[in-house]
Write a protein that binds this ligand. Structure first.
Ligand SMILES: Nc1ncnc2c1ncn2[C@@H]1O[C@H](COP(=O)(O)OP(=O)(O)OP(=O)(O)O)[C@@H](O)[C@H]1O
Length: 729
């Protein structure tokens, strides 16, 4: 038995000749040409066959192995390097690939039938859609064609440990292209880098650690593209309390161009609902972990609708079929096919497509551990892998076969060979090298050919100008009402009402008709006033810290699509809560004020109310600032509790004489200013000072609280501006 080189993959001169010949065969347009070329290659070198026997060092002939393998029906595929030289692999590849077109296995649906199949379930589709008159009607509207090319794309992350800093390569030189009218599928095992590549192509990751070139109509990424790109993320980022119709209507109002009227935008949302077969659940809430809503498939369709509503030129989707049954998945991919046919460029990652789905893709990228194992026509993939000696022995789903290969999974071969099987690493290296030597250079050369488009069209994508769908004030109004609708359930939560009312009643009972005429009574009432300030300082801070961390994913997604200006979102988000946030304090105040017998006159009543409002709005500002700065609930709650406690202790009730070097803390405390104002309103007619606190005109306290209202919010806004928008690659 010949001793083999265990790496087995270092190329010799004769390997090179086989490599080039088979690469030429792969490039050939017809499989017969490919077969011929491979046969020539086979004549050129036998040496390569021997070298590649590393895959099964114990075997003496491929025929022997074939016989052996055929004995076992469990054998899934054969990693037959030997036959590269003989060309038999390729000729069998043609038949294998025919097998995968399912004329052989007989379980496939004729392509025409798939094309004609309706998008979603029978009941979901309106009659005119069935008749084909309405099918993705607006998707056929003209849009700017975008040709996407990417060459040698690399990406690494820097992993910071306790002491060391490590670089991890996520993508190693990925090259490919996709044109209008085509669907490019990114396939590969979990962790192979599909999502990362999709994020990079979609312009979601712009970091110095990204290498290579990504162009859109031969131009680099520009802000203009944000409004031409639709990006469906793997996780559906939607508001759980909005209905399907509300979700799509708000997306239409915010994202569609200003040239359309409100009615036209709303109609577009209705069209999308019909086109995606969502009309039956249009008034159902989206739902989430705590609220039951639409089904997973419907939610995915809403996510897709959110993006296709803008009629994008370039549509990216991250695993749009995960969690869907095979029929719904097929319909989803059929829809992508239809969208591409209307002149859009579609790129989608896909985990484990059925064979029917696989045949819907025009182009395919197969990734393995961040390296490119194949780029080309999806229909040529099997021929290519056969040409390099990897072909299945039984009819199987091509996608499954390719994923097994990308995983280096040759399990069944290993059981068949006498001396073990090549390790997944060897298989991976072989596939990477095979691709690099046979195909990569040719593909790169092809990408250097300029796109056949007018210069004007080309340069349009390089425009740095953003395109907003609505003016600032319209964005504000839309976001304001969306915020109210999304949180309508929180506002009238019985839990919250009970919490506030029960506290008010307990306070009212404890200080029942308290007496302010004696010094002791005054002291006791002062305690109540201080507690009111603490309660309305504490409560809003801990409600507000959740605001931005909870909406982070949504904000990132919507900002990445340039749906609105951050300032419009910020103002809308912080004001839409206000009216309802001020209802509960009114209830509280009425109960406590009259039960505790505080100063009975309209002026003090309303002034105390106003003081509480100021305190709430200032405290909310602090909560917003902490939440927006840290964007992490655990850290935010910890910091908030320390801050609120410090402010409370420095509030002037517990300790009056503090060392001079920490006395400034009290001026930062909204509790201190609120307490002083409440005391002034209640007792200025009785005494000029109480509990050692001078009751002056109150202007300083009002100014301090107003400064906090705006200052903390400004801090929150600036923190949000800094927030990275990338979606996690
Ligand atoms: N910021 C990061 N820090 C560390 N590792 C990262 C980072 N981003 C990606 N990775 C790693 O890069 C690899 C590729 O991740 P990616 O999410 O692109 O894979 P994928 O092919 O989409 O996987 P799946 O199919 O499971 O979604 C993974 O091993 C992942 O852990």
């Amino acid at each position: 038995m010949e001793k083999t080189n265990t790496s087995g993959l270092a190329r010799t001169k004769s390997d090179q000749s086989v490599v080039e010949t088979v690469a030429a065969a792969f490039k050939s347009p017809t499989s017969s040409e490919a077969v011929g070329a491979a046969e020539n290659g086979g004549a050129l070198s036998r040496k390569s066959s021997r070298r590649l026997m590393v895959a099964s060092p114990g075997r003496t002939s491929s025929i022997g192995k074939n016989t052996h393998i055929r004995k076992s029906r469990s054998a899934q595929m054969k990693f037959d390097f030997d036959e590269v030289g003989s060309g038999a692999a390729l000729s069998r590849a043609s038949s294998a690939s025919l097998g995968f077109s399912f004329s052989f296995t007989g379980f496939t649906m004729p392509p025409d039938e798939i094309a004609d199949s309706k998008l979603f379930s029978d009941d979901d589709i309106p009659e005119d859609l069935e008749a084909g008159t309405r099918k993705l009607k607006y998707q056929a509207e003209p849009t700017l064609p975008i040709y996407l090319k990417f060459t040698d794309v690399t990406y690494k992350v820097i992993l910071k440990g306790m002491r060391t800093t490590e670089e991890k390569d996520i993508l190693n030189g990925i090259t490919g292209s996709v044109n209008p009218g085509e669907v490019l599928a990114l396939m590969g095992p979990s962790g192979s880098g599909k999502t990362t590549l999709l994020n990079l192509l979609g312009g979601r990751v712009r970091q110095p650690t990204v290498g290579g070139s990504i162009t859109y109509n031969d131009q680099p990424y520009s802000k203009f593209l944000k409004s031409r790109i639709g990006f469906v993320t793997q996780d559906d980022v939607l508001f759980p309390h909005l209905t399907v119709k509300e979700t799509l209507t708000y997306a239409a109002l915010l994202r569609l161009p200003k040239t359309l009227t409100k009615e036209q935008k709303e109609k577009r949302a209705v069209d999308v609902i019909f086109e995606l077969g969502l009309e039956r659940c249009q008034d159902t809430m989206i739902g989430g972990s705590f609220v039951r809503g639409v089904s997973g498939g419907e939610r995915k369709r809403v996510s897709i609708g959110n993006e296709i509503i803008i009629n994008p030129s370039l549509l990216f989707l991250d695993e749009p079929t995960s969690g869907l049954d095979s029929t719904t998945a097929l319909r989803t991919i059929q829809m992508l096919h239809d969208i591409a046919e209307a002149g859009k460029t579609v790129v989608t990652t896909i985990h484990q497509p059925s064979s029917r789905l696989f045949h819907k893709f025009d182009k395919l990228i197969l990734l393995g551990k961040g390296s490119l194992l194949y780029f080309g026509k999806a229909s040529d993939a099997m021929v290519y892998f056969s040409s390099i000696g990897c072909s299945p022995l039984i009819a199987m789903n091509p996608a499954e076969f390719l994923l097994d290969l990308a995983n280096g999974n040759l399990n069944d071969v290993s059981t068949e060979t006498r001396n073990g099987k090549p390790s997944p690493t060897v298989v991976h290296e072989y596939l990477v090298e095979a691709y690099e030597t046979r195909v990569a250079e040719t593909e790169k050369k092809k990408l250097m050919v300029p796109i056949p488009l007018d210069e004007e069209v080309k340069s349009k994508v390089s425009s740095p100008k953003r395109q907003w769908g609505a003016s600032w004030s319209e964005q504000y109004c839309i976001l304001f009402w969306r915020g109210i609708k999304e949180r309508r359930h929180d506002y009238f939560s019985w839990l919250r009402i009970t919490q506030v009312l029960s506290t008010a009643i307990i306070l009212g009972l404890l200080w029942w008709q308290s007496d302010s005429n004696s010094q002791k009574g005054l002291q006791e009432q002062a305690g109540l006033l201080f507690f009111i300030g603490v309660f309305w300082g504490f409560f809003p801070v801990f409600t507000a810290i959740f605001t931005f961390p909870q909406e982070r994913a949504m904000l990132s997604k919507e900002r990445a699509a340039d749906m609105y200006r951050l300032s419009a979102y910020f103002v809308a988000r912080t004001t839409s809560d206000l009216p309802l946030d001020l209802i509960l304090p009114v209830l509280f105040h009425v109960v406590v004020y009259f039960m505790a017998g505080l100063r009975r006159s309209a002026g003090p009543f309303f002034l105390s109310m106003l003081t509480i409002f100021l305190c709430i709005v200032a405290a909310q500002g602090l909560g917003l600032a902490i939440g927006a700065t840290l964007m992490d609930l655990k850290r935010a709650t910890t910091l908030a509790s320390v801050t609120v406690m410090t402010f409370m202790l420095a509030g002037g009730f517990f300790v009056k004489k503090v060392p001079i070097f920490v006395s400034w803390i009290r001026y930062l405390s909204f509790n201190y200013h609120t307490y002083k104002l409440l005391l002034k309103v209640q007792y200025e007619h009785i005494t000029p000072s109480i509990n050692g606190m001078r009751l002056d005109n109150g202007l300083t306290e009002v100014c301090a609280l107003v400064a906090m209202v705006f200052g903390y919010r400004l801090l929150a806004y600036l923190s949000l501006r800094r927030m990275k928008l990338q979606s996690g690659a």
